[in-house]
Design a binder for this molecule. Structure first.
Ligand code: UD2
Ligand code: MN
Length: 283
């Protein structure tokens, strides 16, 4: 038929939209946590990935353009494991995506939230991403029906993590892995830059979302499952509760519009785009 022919031509030319539900999902998947040299993983995706760890499905036009933003410092054992699991996972979901590793220089306490702001701004300079997934480097998804896309409301993705007994620890939690559209992230002025050291920054984002009239959406626990790679517990920031309590006064002034940083170095590696960032705000 005529429409069948048009369909075939569109498919061949790559203009056909990818189906709403990717056709080749497995559901629960095996993760592979054995460490492997970066070069070996690079070879595996040599002809598939674009420079910088970007991907665009060949079989259809992706519905979502997703930047995966990963805050990073000194977790070198986790990085290759993260990459070798995430790439095949995302490819199967037929998403157009890029993985961005935002590394903080030494000298100050780690500031996960500010690195997310930097990742958002720098990735946006390179391409018109419309969806952002903020992702701890140590979390590996266990079910590929957990789509890395941005729904109508911000989505908390790491609902059921092994170390928490595959249960949501508390209802407003937004840490681990979360997804926001560009406009949602802009609407809340991104993350606060005031959280140095461990804890609180995710709850502050949760407060920002609520304040802006969003609600947190989630996949069910049998789908939004993750495992966390082993690491030592970071020293908690003693000021995290105080910061959190004062947070709402600063939504407008502390965030995307106030983050100060220098990009020391950046590079499109084969499996990811890398930014080395010095944060310039006072600790
Ligand atoms: C929880 C949250 C996390 C964040 C953190 C408090 C979950 C599942 N995770 O993780 O999202 O809110 O508490 O800040 O709720 N990182 C480095 N180098 C460092 C420290 C951190 O790369 O020295 C990065 C890395 O991507 C890591 C992430 O920041 O996965 C979160 O830090 P964590 O894994 O030490 O904290 P955790 O597991 O308690
Ligand atoms: Mn962790």
């Amino acid at each position: 038929t005529k429409s069948g022919l048009i369909d075939m031509v569109m498919t061949t030319l790559g203009f056909k939209m990818c189906p709403l539900v990717p056709p080749n999902l497995d559901g629960p998947i095996e993760v592979n946590t054995t460490s492997e040299q970066m070069e070996i993983i690079e070879q595996r995706y040599q002809n598939i990935l674009l420079p910088g760890g970007w991907y665009r499905p060949k079989e259809c036009r992706a519905r979502d353009r997703v930047a995966i933003i990963v805050p990073f410092r000194d977790r070198y054992a986790h990085l290759p494991i993260f990459l070798k699991n995430l790439h095949p996972f995302l490819m199967k979901q037929q998403i157009e995506y890029g993985i961005f590793i935002v590394e903080q220089t030494n000298g100050k306490l780690f500031n996960r939230a500010a690195l997310m702001n930097v990742g958002f701004l720098e990735a946006s300079k390179l391409f018109a991403w419309d969806c952002f997934v903020f992702h701890d480097v140590d979390l590996l998804p266990l079910d590929d029906r957990n789509l890395y896309t941005c729904p109508d409301q911000p989505r908390h993705m790491s609902v059921a993590i092994d170390i928490f007994g595959y249960k949501l620890p508390y209802s407003s939690i937004f840490g681990g892995v979360s997804a926001m559209t560009k406009s949602q992230f802009n609407a809340v002025n991104g993350f606060s830059n005031s959280f140095w050291g461990w804890g609180g920054e995710d709850d502050d984002m949760s407060n920002r979302l609520k304040h802006a009239g969003f609600h947190i959406s989630r996949y069910p626990v049998n789908i939004a499952r993750y495992m966390m790679l082993n690491h030592q517990k970071e020293k908690a920031n003693p000021k995290r509760y105080e910061n959190l309590a004062n947070g709402s006064k600063k939504f407008r002034t502390d965030g995307l519009n106030s983050v100060k940083y220098d990009v020391y170095s950046s590079k499109k590696y084969k499996l990811f785009t890398w930014f080395l960032v010095e944060l310039k705000m006072p600790e």
